[in-house]
Design a binder for this molecule. Structure first.
Ligand code: GLN
Length: 197
């Protein structure tokens, strides 16, 4: 069976494992390099990217993760996980680094204090009906590289037009938390991507 790991040092781990199980893959928490080596793909959950960066280093996962990404492992980064996947970030703290791999610039905490957390219905070409998305101190994508596909943008309000879901080949990233609403379509989309390789 396809095994998809969830980076489990920090963030919304249990919820992602449940959604992955729902879409029929073997869902595995990843805390050590040996666990990373056993999975076909990985979810980087929401949480706090500065903490994830530090913990990935102290648990000696940072370099193995970068190597797997460079070798083509599919990764789904959500919220802080999107930040971790970005080649470039703005609004990071001093010394903050990302794993990189995704040719985008992501702004941390982009939606500002007024709307630190909010919900919105998003359109995805792959889905027949809107996807209800929960944003928590969320980033947005400010620049996309040539080969990066924009999957969804905010439709209305002060942040209308902001990019909140992207894909480049095997890397998928959302500004919001797809594990929190019980809608497994994005996990299903990712699982299909992994199974199709
Ligand atoms: N603001 C957080 C960060 O910079 C991300 C928030 C989240 O994952 N919900 O890591």
């Amino acid at each position: 069976m396809t095994a998809i790991g969830v980076f489990a040092l920090q963030g919304n781990v249990r919820e992602h494992l449940a959604m992955l199980t729902e879409v029929g893959v073997d869902a595995v928490p990843v805390r050590r390099p040996a666990e990373l080596a056993r999975v076909d793909a990985l979810v980087l959950p929401g949480g706090e990217s500065t903490t994830m960066d530090k913990l990935a280093r102290s648990f000696e996962l940072f370099e193995p993760l970068q190597k797997r990404i460079a070798d083509g492992m599919p990764v789904f980064g959500t919220c802080a996980g999107m930040i971790m996947l970005a080649d470039e970030i703005t609004g990071g703290i001093s010394g903050q680094e990302t794993l990189g791999g995704l040719d985008v610039t992501v702004r941390r905490n982009a939606f500002g204090r007024q709307v630190d957390s909010f919900e919105a219905d998003l359109e995805f070409a792959a889905f027949d009906t809107p996807y209800h998305a929960v944003f928590i101190r969320a980033p947005w994508v400010e620049r996309v590289g040539q080969d990066v596909e924009v999957l969804s943008t905010v439709r209305s309000g002060p942040a209308a037009g902001r990019i909140v879901a992207v894909r480049h080949d095997r890397l998928l990233a959302t500004s919001f938390h797809p594990e929190m609403t019980g809608d497994a379509r994005l996990h299903g989309y990712f699982a299909e991507l992994v199974r199709g390789l």
